[in-house]
Design a protein around this ligand. Structure first.
Ligand SMILES: [Zn+2]
Length: 116
């Protein structure tokens, strides 16, 4: 059984403390999803996503309604922007925050593209 990885997220203005994430790798190697990411911002704000990595984008598929948000990575493999409504408004979001964490923890491996 794959083991979950978890960690903390930096506080935001809305969520001052205790933001957490947990990632459970997919047991099915043939599945396009790398695993399930759960983001806990507060007791009432807990969302699970299927995570996939695709051509310089980390895709977050919301498990509750199937909505997909994409975090675009820059050439260095860092999150550059997200397609969710929250990002439009604040220029950052929990998907970007989590992508940073997942990359730092080696859960996601977004090798920088060696493009010219
Ligand atoms: Zn987002």
């Amino acid at each position: 059984m794959p083991l979950p990885t978890c960690g903390q997220l930096a506080p935001t203005l809305t969520h001052k403390a205790g933001r957490r994430w947990a990632f459970l790798p997919s047991a099915d190697a043939t599945s396009p999803s790398l695993g399930t990411l759960t983001i806990v911002q507060s007791k009432r704000d807990t969302i699970s996503y299927g995570v996939a990595l695709e051509e310089g984008q980390v895709l977050f598929l919301k498990l509750t309604d199937g909505e997909v948000y994409g975090v675009t990575l820059d050439r260095a493999g860092r999150p550059a922007k997200c397609s969710c409504p929250g990002y439009c408004f604040k220029k950052t979001c929990k998907h970007c925050d989590c992508t940073k964490e997942l990359l730092a923890d080696g859960v996601l491996d977004a090798a920088p593209a060696h493009a010219a």
